[in-house]
Design a protein around this ligand. Sequence first.
Ligand SMILES: Nc1nc2c(c(=O)[nH]1)N[C@H]1C(S)=C(S)[C@@H](COP(=O)(O)O)O[C@H]1N2
Ligand SMILES: [Mo]
Length: 445
Amino acid sequence: MDHKPKSQAAQPESQSRDRSADLFELYAEDPIRADEIVFGRVPESDRRGFLRGAGLATMGALLGATIPFHRNMPAGLIPEALAAKDIKIEGKDGLTVYNDRPVNAETPAHLLNDDVTPTARHFIRNNGAVPANMDAASWKLTIDGLVDKPMTLSIADLKKNFQVVSEKLVIECGGNGRAFFDPPASGNQWTVGAVGCAEWTGVRLADVLRAAGVKKNVVYTAHVGADTHLSGKAGMLPISRGVPIDKAINPHNLIAFGMNGGPLHAQNGAPLRLVVPGWPGSCSQKWLTRVYLRDKVHDGPKMTGTAYRVPRYPVAPGQKVPTKDFEIIHAMPVKSLITSPATRGTLQGRDMNVRGHAWAGDNLVAEVNLSIDFGTTWIPAKLTRPDNPYAWQHFSADIKFPQAGYYEIWARATDDQGRSQPFEIAWNPKGYLNNSMHRISVRVA
Ligand SMILES: Nc1nc2c(c(=O)[nH]1)N[C@H]1C(S)=C(S)[C@@H](COP(=O)(O)O)O[C@H]1N2
Ligand SMILES: [Mo]
């Protein structure tokens, strides 16, 4: 893969959508260089970088209008009118792009209909800037901290010394569903598509930790990736999370170098990442360079305060909660997604096949039921067993509508602990864990 900045992004005369796509890619790959191109060469001390000169002309040409308040535009900001759905991320298809810096993009539900999520349709959640170097041949992973034998391994070493396995594993952002909270919770306004189930190939984290020798007093892992902080400050990590050691040694956690039979997508952590399924996606460190073991709960960026944490007790919508009353999110709750048909369609006839996927954190999904009458009666769907633990289970049902009109189809999964998806979940300050039922609508002609 070529990760060098695309030089054509520097040519202001091009005014097409492609031009904005190049810009977008450039921001994802090399934000400093992109700033130089778009905003002109801005000294480090003055990186507020309002548009000027050639940069201003370029942006104006792209937008087809002048920007009266251009002096207020923060450095690196791609105008909302460009950073929209139709922005193309190389190797991705149909994602709804919310942010360009960092890149955040979710997959519309109907594009998640495949049993295994294609690489091109796996969502992206970045907290920092994608590393400049993603070279697999020279990549190194260090395992250290409270281990008997600290190790530094290449990807070739991982393949040679450990069993290579492939598993279909669900990664879901802890904030998936945030858009449905009222009052709104700050953060990416994910609807339902910050989730995917790709087939990942790699070695078991547990095998690697065992080889390093886990010391008796280990409590938690700490994960480090090569992505850089948006401030540009060297040594500042955008995110570093970990998991309790008993979760870390679950045999389904992978140190992955393969995605759907190919390499990892650059935005999904190439060339090496953790996949810790069933827990918030943030535990699955991308661009993985180091795992170290600690004798206390890890306190890296996005582990403390209100990040990936929820209040210990129910709170009223909008209530201020002291950070000491937050606890770290562990497993994700039971959830389902209707992936066919697409919402807001029209049905000719009365019969419809409805299908989708369900998953349940560390548990199995026991059943999925559908309703076409706003939850009054429920139709049991056929549900598959997962191909491996932590893989999506697929449901389908044939539905008959009694007459023409507007219908909603609701899906409700129940896990093997007897827990079901609610219609609406209790509000929490950062909008995590929203597993309320997925609804789609259809007009029956
Ligand atoms: N190094 C690194 N790893 C990371 C992140 C990140 O910003 N940097 N984001 C995390 C979050 S919050 C999520 S939800 C998942 C998303 O994985 P994906 O982008 O491959 O879908 O990656 C996690 N791993
Ligand atoms: Mo996330």
